[in-house]
Design a protein around this ligand. Sequence first.
Ligand SMILES: [Zn+2]
Length: 201
Amino acid sequence: MSKYSIIQELIETIKVYNLKGWSPATSTNYSFIDENNQIWISRSGIDKRIIAEIDFIPIDENGYFTGNNLTFKPSAETAIHLFIYKLFPETKIILHSHGLYPVLLSSVKKNYFEFQGNEIQKGFDGEVSHLSKLRIPLLENSQDMSFFEKELWSRKSEILHSCFAISKHGTYAWGKNLFEAKRHLETLDYLCQFEWNLTQK
Ligand SMILES: [Zn+2]
């Protein structure tokens, strides 16, 4: 898919997520790889209500901005996107959410979220039944990006559903295209919302 059509669809998705409250206070970040293998990532400090094509900037595989406007800064979490592309090479698009339910649920869970029995589990690629027991890795939060690199490398075998959560921070989900990445992010959010509401009984 061309850079232009990916960006248009991605911007539409980001604005919908913003209305859901998933990107408060300029938080969250998004990236994709275009048809020429160029990585594009949302720049830092953008109000997602008004994000536009110009807010996606090209970076190299080390996270350095390769465009002309040197005042543009890639997202502070660029390194996490690069680790995901390295670990799961079929990935073409990555979405990050600060949706409240995974964050709430992370405050009462450690190491992973566990889900079973919910129809929406089939939103994860390859899942065909609500009966499977799913574990989604939950990482501690850190401002040190090398911490995430170590965690993601060491927990790669646990990352089976193209997503993970960071404690009291948010979720990352990805896919071979936007449709798949959205499905993964929204499935995880729904499951967290369900589990959190159960804990409130
Ligand atoms: Zn974040």
